[in-house]
Design a protein around this ligand. Structure first.
Ligand SMILES: Cc1cc2nc3c(=O)[nH]c(=O)nc-3n(C[C@H](O)[C@H](O)[C@H](O)COP(=O)(O)OP(=O)(O)OC[C@H]3O[C@@H](n4cnc5c(N)ncnc54)[C@H](O)[C@@H]3O)c2cc1C
Length: 494
């Protein structure tokens, strides 16, 4: 008889696990709370606009390639990718900008415009980040059982030689004198829910992955990947049920037997893989008598990542002077980051990520229109912020900045608009504390061996996939997590 597996949640990691297990002969059912699969990588399709709601930056494309290869497909036969160049335009408070190119000669020329003589240090910085990437990946693509699995003395020593234990911003500051360049080469840790002032210098490996490995855009948007996974799931016989929130994981004598839906229906399964936020899964879906290791208190004491405010705009105009991806940093970078990560207050001046995908793909909007996506990192819901009043305040600030960079008349050209606040992350996806990119921040003690493992301690047949377990946050990482949990399941269930 086939082994039956239930995956809770149709996020990218959940879907990738479903495909991998189905291709290995498991009978897989995916149960998703929302009406639409995709989780944090969802889409808005309204009035002729097709807007990716979550991730827009696709790096480490080799991980996407490998996901498809593992299920016997070629991703490049299924989807069309274009490389973005430059990767980002970075705007500063004084209305200047630089373009961050993947091409090193062009990048060096941009850096020289800001700080004469800085290109030599740029190459040193990229070289050091490359080393961190190479060494760091050894700790990323690995299933952990014992703390000794962490011990790779040679890699550890070489990492120490790169001073990976220093703070990211401080280390970037040792390469660049200019405040602008320090911002442009340190912000990446925010993608992991960490302030560059707190994050380990280790995380400049993300800057390397971003700049040197290339940034890609799948035609039709990131949601095309989800749609394609759903198509393959259909071909493989994976059952995907939406509007099917799981209320409880059923456990008998220390073993998983299936799940109860909120409707009261019981779905039998030999194993359950939760793609829902890991701390949420333990706390809300597993009765406390079955989890001595992850008590409510322990879960509450973990470090949670930041959230974000998103504004999605459809505009009845197109622009030649903008880039597909951009970032804006406010003058007082530290004050902005401290408000989000330390003081947990509404930042008085926002920094944000701007994505205008119609620059590369006009099919996402009606003819002559543009899509503008704005993401401002915000404190999570542990902060005392009333989002009914905060949202209009942040929106106005974002539109003021768009007047500076995109169009002085932008407000008159908005024909479609939606927003998404930290509260929505909680209500839509059961994201703990409304965290945006992932629930658990990725400091040292919540990474690799120290991040909650992809197999439950006390419960046989319960596994985890997605940003809450290792390796962590971001699309490539959750795809790697699908690979790791599948490898573990195959070892244990074959
Ligand atoms: C605004 C934003 C921007 C981002 N930008 C980038 C980027 O540019 N590049 C990048 O690589 N990453 C980015 N990320 C991060 C990336 O999107 C996530 O880390 C990743 O998509 C998480 O995938 P996951 O597999 O962990 O599942 P999730 O997307 O977290 O999905 C979990 C699913 O479980 C479902 N669920 C929860 N509870 C239940 C229940 N009880 N029953 C049934 N289903 C349930 C949820 O509804 C959801 O569909 C971004 C995220 C956001 C939100």
């Amino acid at each position: 008889m086939m082994t039956s597996a239930v995956v809770i949640g149709a996020g990218m990691g959940g879907l990738a696990t479903a495909l991998r297990l189905a291709s290995q002969g498991f009978q897989v059912t995916v149960l998703e709370k929302q009406p639409r699969p995709g989780g944090r990588s969802s889409v808005l399709q309204e009035n002729g606009f097709r807007m990716d709601m979550g991730p827009t930056i696709l790096v480490m494309k080799d991980v996407f390639d490998e996901t498809y290869r593992a299920i016997g497909r070629d991703i490049n036969d299924c989807l069309e990718f274009v490389q973005l160049d430059p990767n980002y335009r970075v705007y500063f408070h004084d209305n200047t900008y630089i373009d961050l190119y993947g091409n090193m000669a062009q990048l060096a020329a941009e850096v020289e415009k800001v700080e004469a003589g800085a290109s030599e240090n740029l190459f040193r910085f990229i070289g050091a980040a490359a080393k961190k990437y190479q060494l760091g990946m050894d700790f990323v693509v690995r299933n952990y059982d014992h703390i000794t699995d962490l011990a790779n003395p040679i890699a550890g020593l070489r990492l120490l030689q790169t001073s990976s234990h220093e703070r990211l911003y401080k280390q970037v500051g040792s390469f660049f004198k200019s405040d602008k360049l320090r911002k442009a080469f340190s912000f990446h840790s925010m993608f992991l829910g960490l302030s560059p002032f707190e994050a380990l210098a280790m995380y400049s490996l993300i800057t390397y992955a971003d700049l040197a490995l290339g940034m890609w855009y799948p035609k039709g948007g990131i949601y095309r990947i989800i749609e394609d996974m759903l198509r393959i799931a259909g071909e493989m016989g994976v059952q995907i049920r939406t509007n099917a929130p799981v209320a409880q994981i059923a456990i008998e004598q220390g073993k998983v037997t299936g799940v109860y839906l909120e409707s009261g229906e019981f779905v039998q399964a030999d194993l359950v893989i939760s793609n829902a936020d890991l701390p949420y899964t333990y706390k809300k879906l597993v009765d406390s008598r079955h989890r001595k290791h992850y008590t409510d208190q322990r879960l509450d004491n973990m470090n949670y990542a930041c959230s974000g405010y998103l504004l999605y705009l459809g505009v009845n105009k197109t622009y030649d002077h903008v880039r597909h991806q951009a970032l804006y940093f406010t003058d007082d970078y530290r004050a902005n980051l401290d408000a989000i990560f330390v003081d947990k207050t509404l930042p008085q001046h926002v920094s944000f990520h701007m994505n205008i995908p119609t620059v590369s793909d006009p099919t996402l909007a009606p003819r002559g229109h543009s899509l503008i996506y704005l993401l401002a990192p915000m404190p999570n819901l542990s902060a005392n912020i009333n989002w009914n009043t905060a949202a209009p305040f942040v929106r106005e600030q974002l539109l003021d900045k768009l007047e500076d960079f995109v169009d002085p008349d932008i407000r008159q050209h908005i024909v479609w608009e939606r927003q998404f606040t930290p509260v929505d992350f909680e209500t839509h996806y059961n994201a703990v504390l409304g965290t945006a990119f992932g629930s658990l921040s990725q400091g040292f003690f919540q990474s690799s061996y120290f991040r909650p493992h992809n197999k439950a301690h006390d419960i046989e047949g319960l596994y985890f996939v997605g940003q809450g377990t290792y390796p962590g946050i971001g699309m490539p990482m959750v795809l790697l997590s699908a690979r790791l949990v599948t490898e573990r399941i195959l070892q244990e269930w074959r």
